[in-house]
Design a protein around this ligand. Structure first.
Ligand code: UFG
Length: 333
């Protein structure tokens, strides 16, 4: 039986498809290629180009494939864009979840692993953030994902569709051999932007705010390597295959790095000066996000291999140097 990966051509999705195949799974991928890259998808996976919100298309994929479980990545994920275009996020993210669960229900598929986010917590009351802490998003992206978690909950109650929501903190890095990596247009994430400056593609980094209540005044985030994150999805799948109940898990390292510390780490790794300036705060940014991630370690048996941001940045830098233009598959703009 196959595992269907929705959004399998995206950054985290493509690394997960790659790890699923390395672990012997039969994999089918659905992606509309709006932000994903066809070249990122492991050639051993069967590929269907289409939109999760297109129920007729999606039903056709479920008819053709013998699907045991679903891993759902297909969503927009840029916090500042979501502040400007909230309806785009609710339509694609939350709307996509509704069509997917409808099609799963119609085809009697009862397992879903979902790409959720630390952004569902909003500005935390305590650090590290536990799975049971209040979820009060500070941006529409986080709100769209929180709604998706709730929709899964009620679909479990009504139809017995079991889910694991994996709440990612900040994801960075690339596969060690540099064959797949991070390639967004436009790029908004800290690590790839820093590496664009390191490679001379961008003049300087602007750090968004140095007046936060943190040790050096810049935002603090918790970084996880993309391959460790991908492996957590396989463990979540096994957890559901073992018949466990629906649940949510944080995926983080439990260690925080400030934006300034990330810049310093990247300067060390690349040996480049990486010019940077301070700018105003970016709308929707919580001050500090650090995960309590002992639950994923205990319950899922997750053992991240990367525990040093330098090592994480090193793999991203390797990808950047071997793929200066990313996948180089852009049609115009
Ligand atoms: N930042 C800068 N300059 C830049 C880009 C980013 O200072 O040019 C800062 C941001 O203000 C933030 C930090 O770097 O303080 C990290 O920003 P990212 O955009 O890389 O990531 P976010 O923390 O905003 O969001 C990421 C994911 C979300 C997820 C969130 C949870 O993109 O999907 O982590 O921690 F919800």
């Amino acid at each position: 039986m196959a595992i269907l990966v929705l959004g399998g051509a995206g950054y985290i999705g493509s690394h997960t498809v790659d790890r699923l195949i390395a672990n012997g799974y039969d994999v089918a991928v659905v992606d509309n290629l709006v932000t994903g890259h066809r070249a990122a998808v492991n050639p051993k996976a069967r590929f269907y180009e289409g939109d999760v919100r297109d129920k007729q298309f999606l039903s056709g994929v479920f008819d053709k494939e013998n699907i045991e479980g679903v891993i759902h990545f297909a969503a927009f994920s840029v916090v500042p864009e979501s502040m400007a275009k909230p309806l785009k996020y609710f339509d694609n993210n939350t709307g996509g979840m509704i069509s997917l669960l409808e099609v799963m229900h119609e085809h009697d598929v009862k397992k879903i692993v979902f790409s959720s986010t630390a952004a569902t917590y909003g500005e935390p009351k305590q650090i590290p953030i536990k799975e049971t802490d209040p979820q009060v998003p500070t941006n529409p992206y986080g709100e769209s994902k929180l709604a998706m978690e709730k929709i899964m909950h009620w679909s479990d109650v009504a139809y017995g569709i079991k889910f694991v929501a994996l709440r990612y903190f900040n994801v960075a890095g690339a596969k060690a051999d540099g064959s797949i990596g991070e390639d967004h247009h436009p790029e908004t994430h800290l690590v790839p932007i820093i590496l664009q400056v390191a490679s001379g593609e961008r003049d300087e980094l602007t750090i968004f705010g140095d007046d936060y209540d943190t040790p050096d005044g810049t935002n603090v985030r918790d970084y996880v390597h993309v391959v460790d994150l991908a492996d957590a999805h396989i463990l979540a799948l096994k957890y559901l295959q073992a018949g466990h109940d629906s649940d949510a898990f944080n995926l983080g390292s439990s260690t925080g790095f400030s934006n300034k510390q990330m810049l310093d780490a990247a300067r060390e790794v690349t040996g480049k000066p990486i010019p940077a300036k301070m700018g105003p705060r970016r709308a929707g940014d919580p001050s500090t996000l650090i995960a309590a991630s002992d639950k994923a370690r205990k319950v899922l048996g997750w053992k991240p291999q990367f525990d040093d941001v330098h090592e994480i940045i090193k793999t991203a830098w390797n990808w950047k140097q071997t793929h200066p233009k990313g996948y180089d598959d852009r049609k115009g703009n």
